[in-house]
Design a protein around this ligand. Structure first.
Ligand code: SAM
Length: 246
């Protein structure tokens, strides 16, 4: 961007991201399971394990950005103490709608709220949350650095940032298989399930363009976070990054 204006390409990206998640909202979990071979479940659990929210009576407020259908939020509520609550924030109403329905079915009302908002301009005041999570969301954001600054802003001092995102496979041999799998199989599966492969081509390309583990770690530090570290999951197919607002 120049002087705050979005360029045409950015506008297109934002629109495409919206179309992708509007199309897949109802079949979102099926797509996740198909594409990751079910692994996304274990990865999400690892994120909650690393977050390790208090289980006692201490209040703890999480914001899960790009929270979509509530996958992270529900895992969090199942794990954390009864005084904990979660705000799911997503830019897409269709995804939030699916999550809202599920929250009612799970009887989590009262501990969960859904808010429509952009990771780059979160509709919350400074110092609001004890932790910020974002799973498979930051890759879709137009300006990653801006989203990281927003994460920092809404966290309380002492608050924790955790991000789960596709990353770079660090295991020789597996990297080639993974390339072949993602570039051929994922768009084909997308076409099979939703009737369109273009959005999935976008997804695969966005994974490829996203910074590697060390670069992303540096970006998190540049946004102001301290004690930044990361853990690979499944050989680096995805990575968990952690940072603290000190
Ligand atoms: N976190 C969920 C999970 O792991 O299952 C959903 C991940 S889904 C791949 C990506 C989500 O990011 C979509 O629900 C999409 O609407 C949302 N999203 C894309 N751009 C966003 C933005 N700028 N701000 C907030 N959410 C965004």
């Amino acid at each position: 961007t120049h002087f705050g204006f979005r360029t045409v390409r950015e506008e297109e990206k934002a629109k495409l991201v919206h179309t992708v998640f509007e199309q897949v909202a109802s079949r979102y979990d099926l797509m996740n399971d198909l594409m990751s071979g079910g692994l996304h479940r274990a990865w999400k659990q690892s994120m909650i394990d690393w977050l390790n929210p208090p289980r006692g009576a201490r209040p703890f407020h999480l914001i899960d950005v790009a929270g979509g259908t509530g996958d992270i939020a529900f895992r969090f509520l199942e794990r954390a103490g009864v005084a904990s609550q979660v705000t799911v924030c997503d830019i897409n109403e269709h995804m939030l709608g699916v999550g809202q329905g599920r929250a009612e079915a799970k009887a989590f009302e009262g501990r969960i709220e859904f808010a429509c908002g952009d990771a780059e301009h979160l509709p919350f005041p400074d110092n609001s949350f004890d932790a910020y999570t974002i799973a498979f969301g930051i890759r879709n954001v137009t300006h990653v650095d801006q989203a990281l600054r927003e994460a920092y802003r809404v966290l309380k001092p002492g608050g924790r940032f955790l991000c789960l995102e596709f990353s770079r496979v660090a295991v020789p041999g597996i990297d080639d298989i993974y390339e072949a799998y993602s570039f051929a199989a994922i768009p084909r599966m997308g076409k099979w399930v939703t009737g369109d492969d273009a959005p999935y081509q976008y997804l695969v390309e966005s994974i490829r363009r996203f910074p590697d583990q060390e670069t992303f770690k540096r970006m998190i530090g540049e946004a102001g976070f301290g004690n930044v570290s990361y853990r690979n999951v499944t050989g680096g197919v995805a990575a968990l990054h952690s940072g603290w607002r000190l």
